[in-house]
Ligand binder design. Structure first.
Ligand SMILES: NC(=O)c1ccc[n+]([C@@H]2O[C@H](COP(=O)([O-])OP(=O)(O)OC[C@H]3O[C@@H](n4cnc5c(N)ncnc54)[C@H](O)[C@@H]3O)[C@@H](O)[C@H]2O)c1
Length: 390
């Protein structure tokens, strides 16, 4: 058996772990995306955050491949960091590719499997039962996309969902990545660990929705959101954090995890009103913002950045895209400034690459998060970013 780590899925979760583990052991990455694999083999670990010095990459021992028979090299630990998108028909997170890999690994090797992907509650136990194997563990990941590598070095907590003992041994490897002195480590059943992940993200979505509804109220009543939020958040039970209004929550995880949890309540008819209403609160917020912008009666609207957060390198499920679609339906002329988009047209809107041209053409500039690059045209900026964070 090879003492190293095989990581399946070279995304945010997979590559931040690759970078962390590679300082202490051999790391191999398996991904279906040939372009990503080539980049990794050229020394680019795809971690573009300002926190990471890319010159470190070259001295790290990370290789990537698209060939799934790499699994037969029998790495001691295999981390599953694959996408689990929401299946719109079933309402469940899609786990088929994960199950296929687990079957292959269990049948062909003695490797231990650590599932880092977010999965439905009960999924890991169903795999353990299917193979009668103590070689499968679920460990939820809480990193943020715009801060993935620092987050895995300084985790808020570490959770292992497993009834077998190999979690403690695997944790010794994880400890070598961690910079923080004291991190709570919790062991629980796989289903409890899966529940921690879904309830955590649902709580965060609910908190965003709460402060956005407060902001809807303040706008409508012509009151200061800032003053109300400061007053409310000064109570330490509420806290002055994660309370900055936005156009709505988005990104890869909060929308799908909240919908998945709501679906699990629905399946078993478990009483709830709050959890099932978070998604519709978020939808209403986006439509409220579109209406508020439309009321300004300005016809040429520029959208400054469509990513969710300032440092995000993607725009998956970004709330501003819903607003863009609403404005197009209302026949507004909309332009976009977004360096992440290479195409010239996005959702039927012109993408303007030159920031000065964008500023000149836009009579109103809307942005989810304020950026000093548009501070010279602040008088035409529309945002609900009050505190400049989160
Ligand atoms: N992004 C986050 O902030 C975050 C945080 C915590 C947990 N998670 C969870 O972790 C999982 C991974 O998320 P991510 O953001 O890293 O995903 P990602 O989309 O960034 O990366 C997934 C990678 O898997 C690869 N892939 C897809 N199908 C494959 C296959 N059949 N074989 C091999 N590789 C394949 C893709 O090419 C991609 O490189 C998801 O379940 C997500 O919900 C994500």
């Amino acid at each position: 058996m090879n003492d190293g780590v095989l990581i399946i899925g070279a995304g945010y979760v997979g590559m931040s772990h690759a970078l962390g583990f590679a300082k202490n052991c051999e790391v191999k990455v398996l991904d279906i995306d040939q372009e990503k694999v080539n980049k990794i083999n050229d020394g680019d670990l795809l971690i573009n955050e300002h926190h990471h010095d890319s010159s470190q990459n070259l001295i790290l021992n990370v290789e990537a491949t698209t060939d799934r028979t790499v699994i037969l090299e029998e790495y001691k630990y295999v981390l599953i960091c694959l996408p689990t998108d929401l299946n719109d028909e079933s309402g469940d997170l899609e786990t088929t590719i994960i199950s296929d890999y687990i079957k292959y690994i269990i049948d062909a090797t003695k490797s231990y499997i650590i599932i880092k992907s977010t999965v439905p509650i009960g999924y890991t136990q169903s795999q353990i039962d299917e193979y009668g194997s103590g070689r499968i563990l679920f460990s939820p990941e809480f990193l943020r996309e715009d801060n993935s590598y620092p987050d895995i070095q300084n985790p808020s907590r570490i959770i292992y969902g497993s009834d077998s003992t190999f979690g403690k041994e695997y944790h010794q490897l994880v400890e070598e990545i961690i910079q923080k002195k004291e991190v709570e480590v919790l062991f629980m059943s796989p289903s409890e660990a899966e529940a921690v992940k879904l309830f955590s993200n649902t709580y965060l979505a609910m908190r965003v929705a709460f402060f956005n509804e407060l902001d809807n109220f303040a706008i409508t009543k012509n009151l200061s959101s800032k003053k109300i939020i400061q007053g409310v958040s000064s109570d330490p039970r509420v806290g002055m954090y994660y309370n900055n209004p936005s156009f709505g929550y988005g990104g890869y995880c909060l929308p799908k995890d909240t919908k998945q949890l709501s679906e699990l309540f629905k399946e078993k008819k478990i009483p709830n009103n709050l959890i099932s209403s978070i998604d519709s609160s978020n939808q209403s917020r986006m439509n409220f913002i579109s209406k508020h912008i439309a009321e300004k009666g300005i016809s040429k609207i520029g959208i400054y950045r469509i990513n969710m957060k300032k440092d995000s390198s993607n725009y998956r499920n970004s709330a501003i895209i819903t607003i863009l679609k609403d404005l197009l339906e209302l026949n507004y002329e909309v332009f976009i400034y977004e360096p992440l988009i290479v195409e010239k047209i996005f959702f039927g809107c012109k993408v303007i690459g030159n920031i000065d041209e964008f500023k000149n053409k836009s009579q109103l500039i809307i942005t989810n998060r304020f950026d000093k690059k548009i501070s010279d045209v602040e008088n035409k900026v529309y945002s609900r970013d009050i505190f400049g964070k989160d």
